[in-house]
Each structure stands twice: as structure tokens, then as C-alpha cells.
Design a binder for this molecule. Structure first.
Ligand code: PLP
Ligand code: COI
Length: 380
């Protein structure tokens, strides 16, 4: 679908919004210079949207203004107690120059679910999605033309009340920013290595594993550092109870390919302790569209090791917004180490990655209505 140019809009969903664009826009040459080597989360576009919430008066003071620092009281609740959730999805430029967000409604729904778990207010889906339309309309020129580069949208909602009683905050701030993102793994389709964390747990039953909350990422850092010490790129988290069932990586879901004439995809079922990835969901749908079998079920470490060694598991890949589809080539657990297939990138991984990118960039049909095209603001 295509949404109307957002300049005329003075509302996002049913909220009035004040639109105050920067009075000092960057010159084209300077923007191009900044966009050349963007890294990840370093080169932000020129605007942001903020919306305040108070328990007494709800959502208010929506504003689009220039990107810039926030002023926070040192007693801000989120800084102390981690009451904070975020989202991540991408805006792609198509071959025809069109610009589209990929499934922003799905991220809006997950943002609400994460907020609910953290006792934060739930932003209406229409407000979330139309705030994205407005930001992207203003920062249209920041959507890269370089293949593999995208505009990554980062919605954030945190407890902003400056009072340190441990209870759900009475005040919150929603902040919507966008940054230019290069491939998360700079080696492209080169397979990554993973280390299985037996001693670190990311999420336990009843915990916050299914929420995209700040604390989950902090909790995973020590395991990620241990993986790096073992010479591996990423960490695999297991279930907290038996330390036997594969869950996910620190920032990506995992998919296994059981090869043969009719390959089957197997991915850990959503048990409440892993993040319900939107890339995972999209790939399940695309794989079924392509006639592949997909199973969502538990996968044990014994199955992974034995079936990778026997050749029954032919490919494994990680998937997520930042990582897209990234093959896993090598696995380490304690003293054991094994490769997946020949350690390279398999045909199912390659085909699904190409298919997903083709849908995201509008070069393949979009039967599920996943692309939300956004026009630039009208100028002059
Ligand atoms: N799992 C975790 C812990 C993540 O942080 C992410 C990234 O957002 C994913 C999985 C993949 O989710 P998505 O495909 O929605 O980006
Ligand atoms: C993403 O894949 O977009 C994520 O949010 C994971 C990580 C970079 C935080």
C-alpha cells in the first residue's frame, strides 16, 4: 500500500502532532559523506519524533523536530531499573526509487506486547505507524541507494519519571529515530561461527525473553564476550531449565535446514523465552509459499550436533532485521566443535535470503502486503 505524503498530516493516529522540521538541513554532499560508511546505529537522520505519556493524561505533546540529545534527570527510572523497550525494522529503497517500510504494523504490535510485559503504556498501532510515515517522509533522502544499506527505524519507549520508588513509572517518553545501517555482519554472506553458552542464560520461563526490552541485551553481553574469547562471532542461548533446548542468538533467531530432495526448515517454537522475530515469521511464510515444509518445535543440542555431523542438517542460518539471513558455518560447545555442511553458504539459505530481499525492495511480488510505501514530503 502507499500512504499519502505526510506533510499535510497534523495527526498521528488520533493524536495531534506539532511538526517543526530543522531550520538547518544538511547539504546533499554532507549527507552523502555521512552515509558512505554508516556502521550500525552511528549515523542518524535529521529528525525524530517524541511523544510523552503520563498516567494522568495519557499520550500527549507529540512532536516531530530535529534529531538531538535528550535532557534527563539523573533519577530517571529507566536508567536505574531498566523499564525500557525498543523496536527495530528497516525502510528499503526499491530499484524504482520507491521507499517502503517492511511490516511496521508487526513491529507496532510487538512493541505493545513488550510494553505490556514491562508495565509501560501501549502506544496505539496507528500512532506508531503514522509517526514512522511522518519521520520517513521528512528524512526520505536518508534512505540509502547503496545495495545492502537501509534506513533502520528505532522506536524506543522508556520510563522517564524522576522518582526512584520501584513501581511502574507514572511518566514515559516515546522516541522515534532512524539511522543508516550497513550490513550487520561486514563479511556479507560469509558464514559466522557460534559458541553455545552452557553457563549463561538469556531468559527463563516467566521472564522477559519474549519482550524486546533493554535488560535482555544487557543480560546477554557477558555471554557474547565469552563467545568472542572462544573465537566465535555469536552466542547461542539454551533454555534455562534443562540447558538442552536451542533458543536463539543474542539478537537473532535460528533456523535449521534438514536437506535432501524436499528440504524441511526447523525453527525453535515460541516458548515465551525467545523473541518472536518478524524476519522469522516472514521466512516461515515465504518458505511455505515456495513449497518448503516448516516445523516449529523444540530442537535439542544433541539433535543439532548428531544431525549436523551425520549430514542430516545441511544448513543453519540466523535471521533478524539487522542480520537479514546469515549462515552459521561452525559451532563450538565446550571442547566439541562441528561444521554445518561444508562450512559454506547453502542453497536454501541463499534462495530464502534472495527472496526476502526481493520482497523487501519491491523487486518481487508482495502477496502478503508487507511493504508500506512512504512518499517524501512535498516541497516548495
Ligand atoms: N531475537 C532477538 C533477541 C533479537 O534482538 C532480534 C532482533 O530484533 C531477533 C530475534 C529477530 O527479530 P526481528 O526479525 O524482528 O528483527
Ligand atoms: C535487530 O535485528 O534489528 C535487532 O534489534 C538486534 C540487535 C541489533 C539489537
Amino acid at each position: 500500500m502507499t500512504v499519502p505524503a505526510a506533510d499535510a498530516r497534523s495527526r498521528v493516529g488520533d493524536l495531534p502532532i506539532e511538526v517543526v522540521p530543522t531550520t538547518a538541513p544538511l547539504a546533499d554532499a554532507e549527507r552523502a559523506r555521512r552515509m558512505r560508511e554508516p556502521g550500525f546505529g552511528r549515523v542518524f537522520s535529521e529528525h525524530m519524533v517524541t511523544i510523552r505519556w503520563t498516567r494522568a493524561d495519557g499520550w500527549q505533546d507529540a512532536r516531530l523536530g530535529p534529531y538531538g540529545p535528550l535532557v534527563l534527570d539523573p533519577a530517571t527510572v529507566a536508567l536505574h531499573y531498566g523499564q525500557s523497550v525498543f523496536e527495530g525494522f528497516k525502510v528499503y529503497r526499491g530499484a524504482d526509487g520507491s521507499v517502503a517500510a517492511f511490516r511496521p504494523e508487526a513491529n507496532a504490535e510487538r512493541f505493545r506486547a513488550s510494553a505490556r510485559r514491562l508495565c509501560l503504556p501501549e502506544l496505539p498501532v496507528a500512532v506508531f505507524v503514522e509517526a514512522v510515515d511522518l519521520l520517513v517522509a521528512h528524512d526520505h533522502a536518508w534512505v540509502p541507494t547503496t545495495p545492502g544499506h537501509t534506513l533502520y527505524i528505532r522506536p524506543l519507549l522508556f520510563a522517564s519519571e524522576p522518582e526512584l520508588v520501584v513501581r511502574p513509572s507514572e511518566e514515559c517518553l516515546f522516541v522515534l529515530t532512524a539511522f543508516v545501517a550497513a550490513d550487520y555482519f561486514p563479511r556479507g554472506l560469509t558464514p559466522v561461527s557460534v559458541w553455545v553458552a552452557d553457563e549463561f542464560v538469556r531468559a527463563a520461563p516467566g521472564g522477559t525473553g519474549a519482550a524486546k526490552c533493554a535488560a535482555n541485551y544487557a543480560a546477554g553481553l557477558a555471554a557474547q564476550a565469552a563467545a568472542a574469547e572462544q573465537g566465535c562471532d555469536q552466542v547461542v542461548f539454551l533454555d534455562a531449565v534443562e540447558r538442552r533446548w536451542v533458543e536463539e542468538l543474542g539478537g537473532m533467531n535460528l533456523v535449521f535446514v534438514r536437506g535432501g530432495e524436499h528440504p524441511t526448515l526447523v525453527t525453535p517454537e515460541l516458548t515465551g523465552t525467545l523473541l518472536p522475530g518478524i524476519t522469522r515469521d516472514s521466512l516461515i511464510t515465504l518458505a511455505r509459499d515456495l513449497g518448503l515444509e516448516v516445523e516449529e518445535r523444540r530442537i535439542s543440542m544433541e539433535e543439532w550436533e548428531a544431525d549436523a555431523r551425520s549430514g542430516a542438517i545441511t544448513e543453519v542460518f540466523a535471521c533478524g532485521t539487522a542480520a537479514v539471513l546469515t549462515p552459521v558455518g561452525r559451532v563450538r560447545r565446550g571442547g566439541a566443535e562441528w561444521t554445518i555442511g561444508d562450512g559454506g553458504t547453502g542453497p536454501v539459505t541463499t534462495a530464502l535470503r534472495e527472496r526476502l530481499i526481493a520482497v523487501q525492495t519491491g523487486s518481487a511480488p508482495d502477496p502478503h502486503g508487507w511493504r508500506r510505501e512512504i512518499a517524501p514530503i512535498a516541497t516548495g
